[in-house]
Design a protein around this ligand. Structure first.
Ligand SMILES: C[S@@+](CC[C@H](N)C(=O)[O-])C[C@H]1O[C@@H](n2cnc3c(N)ncnc32)[C@H](O)[C@@H]1O
Length: 359
């Protein structure tokens, strides 16, 4: 005998509200590709330097095809990224959009955020397969836009906060860095954080480690460009096995949750740190409970976590898969399981939590 479910009443108005919200979301999803296009083709930079341009003028200044550029401009105008003046037929970039889309020194700089989002979407069919099998997908397996987008997304925040807020919030660390300290930056990626610290503290020596060979190669190039290569070494090493000992400071920027065995990594940090040393852990901003993270930042981070962080951890031995929204309590448990006795939150921004751990 079959049981007939009572019909669920659907509110037509709410349904249409949701459909129209979804239209906006589809536009936004496609816009990730358009923002990366505008960034890579120099369209935003050309607009930022002009009062108002026609599509033909923008195409001419950027060496692109007018027909493509016109369509791109109209999509940008419909999304509020670009302003359109119907009387003149010209497009311009409002000053705030110009900062967010072209000023790589601003903490509001956005192209890297879109680039890592687009790279994640490009790789999503592979993640879909892994979601069936439960097998992981390593950070090194992603397209270049994920690696470069990551660097470009995080660097503005590190620029704004690392030297002036985060390091000074740690007990006694700035004094050591000024005198001359030995620092290891684990999971350093392209080395943005390592190089920033090296530029700020000329008496200290820095070692950046990452298991991803191509990231280390890029980091070495970045150190040369920044003229700090004699005090900054970049080498391939997994977090639980990096070389050296007697570090005054070990740092991990947005990578502990990506590791398969973060407790093993914590153990290794303890072994390589001086007894009076400090481990600084920067993690994505998150509350402990799901309901704390059901907001725009949590939404983006849960999405990145689905496509990048969780598969990365599952691809490694241990496969703990903390996820990008692990929260303070979970991070504390990992750090304490690694043998650290002191743990406290020292700083936060809308995107990051910063912790201090000591032996
Ligand atoms: C989200 S990225 C952050 C990169 C860099 N710290 C930054 O803030 O730009 C995570 C980094 O952790 C590295 N990683 C993941 N698991 C690792 C492990 N077990 N040992 C060393 N590095 C690891 C990845 O290769 C990647 O570069």
């Amino acid at each position: 005998m079959s049981i007939i479910e009572p019909a669920v009443e659907v509110d037509g108005e709410k349904l249409m509200q949701f459909v129209f919200r979804a239209v906006d979301e589809v536009g936004a999803a496609l816009n990730a590709a358009l923002v990366v296009m505008g960034d890579k083709l120099g369209l935003y930079r050309a607009l930022a330097g002009a009062r108002g341009l026609s599509s033909a003028e923008l195409a001419e200044r950027t060496g692109t095809s007018e027909r493509y550029v016109r369509e791109w401009l109209n999509a940008q105008a419909a999304g509020g990224f670009v302003s359109y003046d119907a009387a003149s037929g010209c497009y311009s970039l409002p000053p705030e959009q110009a900062v967010a889309l072209t000023d790589s020194d601003s903490p509001a700089y956005l192209p890297g955020f879109f680039q890592i989002a687009l790279g994640s979407v490009i790789d999503s069919p592979k993640i879909m397969e892994k979601a069936r099998s439960g097998v992981g997908f390593g950070w090194h397996e992603h397209v270049h836009d994920v690696h470069e987008g990551c660097e470009r997304f995080f660097r503005p925040g590190y620029n704004a906060h690392l030297i002036v807020e985060w390091l000074p919030a740690l007990d006694g660390v700035v004094e050591k860095l000024e005198r001359g300290a030995l620092v290891a930056d684990i999971g350093c990626g392209h080395g943005a954080s390592t190089i920033l610290m090296a530029q700020a503290y000329a008496n200290s020596t820095f070692a950046g480690f990452d298991y991803h060979d191509r990231s280390i190669e890029t980091a070495r190039g970045r150190a040369q460009e920044a003229e700090v290569a004699e005090r900054v070494g970049f080498n391939i090493a997994p977090a639980a096995q990096y070389p050296g000992a007697g570090y005054d400071l070990v740092t991990m920027f947005d990578c502990l949750h990506d590791m398969g065995d973060p407790v093993g990594a914590a153990h290794h940090v303890l072994q390589t740190l001086r007894p009076d040393g400090t481990w600084m852990i920067v993690e994505p901003h998150a509350g402990d409970r799901v309901q704390d993270n059901l907001n725009p930042v949590g939404r983006a981070y849960y999405a990145f976590s689905t496509l990048l962080c969780t598969p990365a951890s599952l691809s490694q031995e241990g496969g703990l898969a903390l996820g990008a929204q692990a929260g303070e309590t979970r991070i504390r448990e990992v750090v304490q399981a690694g043998g650290f006795t002191h743990f406290r939150r020292v700083a936060e921004t809308p995107f990051n939590l910063v912790f201090e751990a000591r032996p």
